[in-house]
Design a protein. Structure first.
Lengths: 253, 253
């Protein structure tokens, strides 16, 4: 097991799901054994990878509620033996209220992931646009956190709060949370705001800002409509090059 | 009092804050008396309208916690007598847990808004990318819900859940929730996905889909960086025309 990476940011629409899918599928194309876990009740990564929710018997919630073992929730892909996936559905949104007064409430996902982590080199966890119990579970279950930051005006606003949340988790669990890096997404070379956000981010977080920048690229947003990632949907696009560059950068860390 | 409009969608980054600000400021330029309430702990509409959070003594949370009266939280603008604003800060994120076992927990915002609603023609409420207690409070406090839908692949996925939540609120409160309309945002004429999302949305919701479509327009995303809306930042842009068209369409309803 190399890394369990939680892709997190409470700001909505910054490219969390897009990064989970492109990074996860990409690493599997590099023949790394990968598991992707959708831990967002919206279930966008479940749909984005091409799974029809109405055909699902089980989701990650069935595992959390003790109905099935985590191994029984794993979906495999005929065309890609290196990639496994655990889907999420709307049922997951009820989980936080069900465990709000349980002292172990932030360890549920970690306790499940620990059972299977040695079967994989990389596990990626998608989380919702919130700092709620689902995101806390994702952070605690992970070895690393990757933070997508949209190259737009509101991007930097919530980062201080996210950093505080990571510190709180460290104090509560006694374990350090490693920030794998900040990934600038939807960068538009035509706008000065993109450059400003990148510069500002680098001023605050210096080396923690990944060298790879993901450009705004329409091929990236078209790909999930075909149940694919941009890597296979439009392999010669700027979007595909950027995510390949990201994979190479993360493999070195 | 004409309408209390909650702009809601649990999908992140679809243009909720952008619509609240452009609609709110726009209506005030049409000389309607408007109040905007930021009910998202991210506080993006507070920053987007040009308020520096570090200078704030009070937020909507100070009112919810009983520290001050709602009238004391209202910020006025010298240059625009038709617009008032109530800011939000990170402190708001603690509110849901503080009232989780209170039978009145979904009426807190409504009880506050009812105290001042006759001072305004329009009240707009920004909510977070979640179907949590903050969004439920926003829906209950409102007379109408406006739902921005990004013209992208994941856009339609969460709408069924949002509709179910509105039905639940109706059953719980015994009051009908009026859907003012679905607003297609970030429409990109170059991509087929935009057209598909618009067609699909119209197939499901027919007349409830607003005629006005907001195009993807870089001026819209630049404006908040100057504490302005696109209406004053780039009044001749496609983005400004679209939001003016929206205002005219809503004034007729
Ligand atoms: N680099 C990019 N270029 C163009 N479009 C992109 C890019 N990255 C993501 N998108 C599109 O932007 C939208 C938001 O991305 P995505 O859903 O991955 O964000 P998210 O952070 O997971 O959102 P949420 O907060 O709702 O979970 C999607 O429609 C996606 O296809
Ligand atoms: N029509 C548009 N064209 C271009 N950019 C837009 C448009 N509408 C919004 N944006 C930009 O897209 C980003 C997301 O918009 P916004 O923050 O308003 O969404 P939101 O739904 O409020 O997000 P959240 O779910 O985090 O609250 C912002 O950077 C905003 O400036
Ligand atoms: Mg997502
Ligand atoms: Mg917002």
């Amino acid at each position: 097991m190399k890394k369990i990476i939680n892709i997190a940011n409470q700001k909505g629409g910054v490219g969390k799901t897009t990064t989970v899918l492109n990074l996860g599928v990409g690493l599997s194309l590099w023949e790394k054994k990968v598991l992707i876990i959708d831990f967002d009740p919206q279930g966008n990564s479940t749909t984005g990878i091409g799974i029809l929710k109405k055909n699902l018997n089980h989701t990650i919630y069935s595992v959390l509620s003790g109905e099935i073992n985590i191994k029984d929730a794993i979906i495999k892909f005929e065309k890609n033996p290196y990639l496994d996936f655990i889907p999420a559905g709307e049922d997951l949104s009820g989980f936080p209220m069900e465990v709000y007064d349980d002292n172990n409430r932030i360890y549920y996902l970690k306790n499940l992931v620990d059972q299977i982590k040695n079967d994989y080199e990389y596990i990626l966890i998608d989380s919702p646009p919130s700092l709620n119990l689902l995101t806390l579970n994702s952070i605690v279950a992970a070895t690393d956190v990757l933070i997508p930051v949209q190259a737009e005006f509101y991007a930097l606003e919530g980062l201080a709060q996210l950093m505080m949340t990571l510190k709180k988790v460290e104090r509560y669990t006694g374990k350090k949370v490693n920030i794998l890096g900040f990934l600038v997404t939807m960068y538009d070379v035509r706008t000065s705001i993109s450059k400003q956000v990148h510069q500002e981010l680098t001023r605050y977080f210096e080396k923690k800002v990944l060298t790879t920048i993901i450009p705004r690229n329409v091929r990236i947003s078209e790909a999930p409509g075909y149940g694919e990632t941009v890597l296979t949907y439009a392999p010669a696009s700027k979007g595909a090059f950027a995510y390949k560059e990201l994979i190479a950068e993360l493999l070195e860390k």
